[in-house]
Design a protein around this ligand. Structure first.
Ligand SMILES: [Cu+2]
Length: 125
């Protein structure tokens, strides 16, 4: 009996280790935290203009304009899209921040206050 037990334990331990490794590697974004953020753009503000989240959360950002076409660019990233004019639909993008502050800005010339049209995403640890 004793002879059998050790290899059996070893086998169980190996199987457990293998499944833990699989879990760690395989844990894809399917169960990553998600957060839906709805932002309205209107000359010359984004509302809300400050988004708070946790690092690693996948933000699903839904943008709509309340007047003319605007842009949405997250500085330092390749996120840059155009928001259609009011009533023409919603632009959606996903963004998963690391810890830090990300400025976003309007990237389509929309009028006199265009360059002040900004906001920030704050991702905490
Ligand atoms: Cu603009």
């Amino acid at each position: 009996m004793r002879r059998l037990r050790a290899p059996l334990l070893l086998a169980v331990a190996t199987a457990l280790t293998a499944s833990v490794v699989l879990l760690a590697r395989g844990a894809p974004q399917a169960d990553a935290p998600r957060q839906v953020v709805e932002i309205t753009a209107e000359r010359f503000t984004f509302t809300p203009s400050e988004i708070r989240t946790k690092a690693g959360t996948m933000l699903e950002i839904r943008l709509r304009s309340d007047d003319t076409a605007h842009g949405f660019h997250i500085v330092g990233t390749d996120v840059d899209l155009e928001l259609p004019k009011r009533g023409r639909g919603v632009a959606t993008v996903t963004f998963t921040p690391k810890a830090g502050r990300y400025t976003f800005e309007c990237s389509r010339l929309c009028g006199a206050g265009h360059e002040f049209m900004r906001g920030v995403i704050v991702a905490s640890e």
